[in-house]
Design a protein around this ligand. Structure first.
Ligand SMILES: Cc1ncc(COP(=O)(O)O)c(C=O)c1O
Length: 373
């Protein structure tokens, strides 16, 4: 049997007509940048998340960059973030001239270890960027407590967590809507994926909203070529706004499908020698990925490949150990939990249309591998 890691065609087939109509509408309008299609998506995405405002952008990296700028982060400042994951949050911190301060993850949820954050705070700390990695929410109650006590704002990187939820004192909240700003990517393989690059930030802050709207469009205040400060060209195209609005309507359905598939993996793998993702009563993962930990990762990957099962490694090298951050002088042993995770994490196929039989085949193959070694 062949089991692909991801199948974007399957999703496209189910909404082909709507997507093509949306794209055609944009072509016919000849209104290609921002405009009504993007505004409609901004309103709907903000409402979906329970946030006051949404600013649509050209990528998730731009969202992180503008979130930091809007909070006044600049050279000389420090921003705390996670060690294991995609490099974008660290890069966004670097774009502002600030320094990323890396904190180890915890083995339970593979996210920023909130119990270590207080020790990393100095008099230069100006923000914290937790990343809801693989769709699993960070322990936001612990983090919001630290934010409340220290006054340091939280920028949530929810690039992999559209639709994920965390139980707060005010009830279930969507990832990205809990901190000061929430940042999303619509890269095509994300749970809510554009037909190209895309991103957005959401916030309840009027100030952040107004400044990021200007920053995304060359710092322009109005349409009169009035530029009070230097901005960027981080605008979303109308094609992406139109497509994302079609897909947003299906997001909950797709998220439930991901959760059902993750539950099947969990039950099929309960006796297998792999560690399955953490499940928490106060969190609902959006399962952007289904990641297990296994000591002999290479052995299992090779075996599964021979059985026709595609897998992936996200991410084999920690951010502080990348060449880009060598200047910070981190060494092996600085982040023991994340280092183990980088050696042992293995992503199994997961997408909303994945058949149960395929999941059972993957799990049977894992159990057969375990018996053979
Ligand atoms: C956790 C995380 N943050 C940020 C980004 C950056 O998003 P984009 O590729 O849209 O710039 C990504 C994209 O993969 C991501 O996974």
């Amino acid at each position: 049997m062949k089991v692909t890691f991801i199948d974007l065609q399957a999703q496209y087939r189910s909404i082909r007509d709507e997507i093509r109509q949306a794209l055609e509408r944009v072509v016919d309008s000849t209104n290609f940048i921002l405009g009504e299609e993007v505004e409609r998506f901004e309103q709907n995405f903000a409402a979906y998340l329970g946030a006051k405002h949404c600013v649509a952008l050209n990528s998730g990296t731009s969202a992180l960059h503008l979130a930091l700028l809007s909070l006044g982060i600049k050279e000389g400042d420090e921003v705390i973030t996670t060690t294991h994951g995609f490099i974008a949050p660290a890069e966004a911190i670097s774009y502002t001239g600030a320094t990323p301060v890396f904190v180890d993850i915890n083995a339970r949820d593979l996210n920023l270890d909130v119990s270590r954050v207080s020790d990393a705070i100095t008099d230069k700390t100006r923000a914290i960027i937790p990343v809801h990695l693989y769709g699993q929410p960070v322990d936001m109650s612990g983090l919001m407590k630290i934010a409340g006590e220290s006054g340091i704002p939280i920028i949530e990187d929810a690039a992999q967590a559209h639709g994920a939820e965390f139980l707060t004192e005010r009830g279930w909240k969507k990832a990205g809507s809990i901190g000061e700003v929430g940042c999303f990517s619509f890269y095509p393989t994300k749970n809510l994926g554009a037909c190209g690059e895309g991103g957005a930030l959401v916030t309840d802050s009027q100030e952040v909203y107004e400044s990021t709207r200007m920053l995304r469009n060359h710092g322009q205040k109005d349409k009169q070529y009035n530029h009070p400060f230097i901005g960027y060209n981080y605008r979303m195209t109308a094609f992406q706004g139109a497509v994302l609005d079609v897909k947003l309507k299906r997001l909950d359905e797709w998220t439930e499908a991901r959760r059902a598939r993750a539950a099947l993996y969990n039950s099929e793998l309960k006796d297998a020698p792999v560690k399955t993702p953490g499940e928490f009563e106060n969190r609902r993962s959006a399962y952007q990925q289904y990641v297990v930990m296994v000591k002999d990762r290479e052995g299992l990957m090779t075996y599964l490949q021979e059985k026709g099962v595609e897998t992936g490694v996200y991410y084999p090298q920690l951010i502080p150990f990348q060449g880009a951050y060598r200047y910070l002088g981190h060494r092996e042993g600085d982040f023991p939990v994340a280092e183990t995770c980088a050696r042992e994490c293995l992503s199994l196929p997961l997408y909303p249309e994945l058949e149960d039989d395929s999941i059972r085949y993957v799990c049977d193959s894992i159990k057969a591998w375990a018996k053979s070694v």
